[in-house]
Design a protein around this ligand. Structure first.
Ligand SMILES: *Cc1c(COP(=O)(O)O)cnc(C)c1O
Length: 522
């Protein structure tokens, strides 16, 4: 019994309970047990020929217990994995407004190119002379990254945004050590609005982190930052556009002040997708910036999927680029082969980086062209501002009604006295078929809701999203707490104890204890 909005009224909840199914499944929402529960230890999906009469050379190392792997037939296996795959919500199933993560459409052309045998089957240990095409892909992509950022050098090997931060900050640390100031410059300034990976990176490298507050307009407090600068400061790590979805307008002034104090300017460029083709970070005075290829240049990501975080470097940091790198069609793998003046600090990973990401990103660049990439940035910003303008009268904008970049940040001031929290609101979006936005991040605002629609949603899709959020917001303001308190009502799982799941993950399946006869009889 659903009301007009298609959600259960109190009676609807009861109706679901009143119509239990024999299997426990709900229509085509089918429960799927673990592989160990589906399969049986004594069965197998393939007929393996009995081993011939060969003498065992394992001696007393021969296994005496069964290996404990469940056996399934081929159709059972197929169903298990297909059902699991259907439990995923992804960008291919619907709008995924997860701020800061850039969940946009991944063109299938990228996938097609990445699967071409010449790329997909290349082995990292193959003789270099047999993979000139792969080297050309790395060098060409590096060229475009330098072109788009206006920076003279790039380290291609880091395997994610956070790994890129580590690489850029290691280059900075080495540059400082080369100047003989390693013992003195030990502080890294990080604005409050930074992504959590920024202070984590600085701390991992042994720097102490000093936080810089944001001003009421959501940008870095430049006056406080100036006061914090001194001979002890190694670098500032600034995100631009920042995690409030705002462009740091004083970035040139910040860069000049940082340089005047003898420090380096690290820019977190994960939000590069808002400014590609509009502004070159090199022109703003940036010394190092990672680019999330998997966000800006589109590859399937999230849930720990592969990423790539190349770091562009200024002329001052270029000598400290890690190994290996491609230079004029040549793979430089040893410090001894590096050009004059280069002092690579080592390697970030075993081989040349995420080749699959490189082919995808280059395909994206070539298929969009310069004008297409610029338009993608413009459309991403336009979409976010459309959402801001369409919801700003109902939901509160913590930094006032100013234009945003590729994502729009709301806080929970508008929910005051409703008894409904940001989390409730996000969970109610699941009932409406939407992945929630990013919640409670950035930390600088209370009850943050960060929406990044990206350029790949149509106007019709954005309109439906806006209408849905307006409907939810009006319900919240009306005091329809029931719609939120137990949400999601329609999902196979309701509210989980996420903290416990993170703190005490159960990663190992154990066979249930057989019920002892005596207990069973009782
Ligand atoms: C996504 C993101 C990162 C981290 O990138 P990963 O690839 O997840 O390591 C860092 N900073 C910002 C602003 C981001 O949005």
């Amino acid at each position: 019994m659903l009301n007009r909005q298609g959600r259960p009224s109190a009676a609807g909840e009861a109706a679901v309970a009143d119509h239990p199914t024999f299997t426990g499944n709900r229509a085509l929402m089918i429960e799927e047990p673990l592989l160990f529960e589906v399969g049986r230890l004594d069965t197998t999906g393939v007929d393996v020929e009995a081993p011939g009469d060969v003498p065992s050379r394992l001696g007393d190392l021969e296994r005496s217990d069964p290996i404990g792997l469940p056996g399934l037939s081929e159709p059972e296996t197929m169903r298990h994995y297909v059902r699991l795959s259907q439990k995923n919500f992804g960008i291919d199933s619907g709008l995924f407004p997860l701020g800061s993560c850039t969940m946009k459409h991944n063109p299938r052309l990228n996938e097609k190119v990445a699967r071409m045998a010449g790329f997909a089957d290349a082995h990292p240990l193959q003789p270099v002379s047999t993979v000139p095409g792969a080297l050309a892909v790395i060098e060409r992509l590096a060229h475009y990254l330098k072109e788009l950022t206006g920076m003279p050098a790039v380290a291609m090997t880091p395997k994610a945004g956070a790994h890129g931060e580590l690489c850029g900050m290691m280059a900075i640390k080495n540059a400082i050590a080369a100047r003989g100031e390693g013992a003195v410059r030990t502080v890294v300034l990080v604005p409050d609005s930074a992504h959590g990976t920024n202070p984590a990176t600085a701390a991992l490298l042994g720097f102490s982190v000093q936080s810089i507050p944001v001003r009421p307009d959501g940008t870095v407090d430049v006056a406080t930052m100036r006061q914090a600068l001194g001979p002890q400061v190694a670098a500032i790590m600034l995100t631009n556009p920042n995690t409030c979805g705002l462009f740091e307008r004083d970035i040139v002034e910040i860069a000049e002040a940082v340089h005047a104090a003898g420090a380096y300017f690290y820019c977190d460029g994960a939000n590069f997708n808002a400014i590609v083709g509009k502004v070159r970070p090199g022109d703003l005075g940036v010394d190092a910036m990672h680019i999330n290829l998997h966000k800006t240049f589109s590859t399937p990501h999230g849930g720990g999927g592969p990423g790539a975080g190349p770091v562009v470097l200024s002329a001052r940091l270029a000598p400290h680029v890690p190994l290996p790198f491609v230079l004029a069609d040549r793979l430089i793998e040893q410090a001894a082969d590096a050009p004059e003046g280069a002092t690579p600090f080592g390697r970030m990973c075993a081989f040349q980086g995420q080749m699959g990401m490189f082919t995808r990103a280059l395909t994206y660049m070539l298929s969009h062209g310069a004008d297409g990439m610029r338009q993608a940035s413009e459309d991403a910003v336009l979409s976010a501002n459309y959402i801001r303008a369409s919801l700003g009268d109902l939901m509160s904008l913590p930094f006032g009604d100013q234009p945003c970049m590729h994502e729009v940040l709301f806080d929970d001031a508008w929910l005051k006295d409703t008894g409904i929290t940001t989390l409730d609101f996000a969970k109610a979006m699941i009932d409406e078929g939407y992945h929630p936005m990013t919640v409670y991040f950035p930390l600088v605002v209370h009850g943050a809701m960060l929406i990044e629609p990206t350029e790949s949603e149509s106007k019709a899709s954005l309109d439906l999203f806006v209408m849905t959020l307006r409907d939810l917001a009006l319900a919240a303001k009306r005091g329809d707490t029931e719609r939120f308190a137990g949400a999601p009502y329609h999902a196979p799982r309701r509210r989980l104890d996420e903290t416990r799941a993170a703190r005490q993950p159960v990663l190992r399946w154990r066979a249930p204890e057989p019920v002892r006869e005596q207990e069973a009889a009782e």
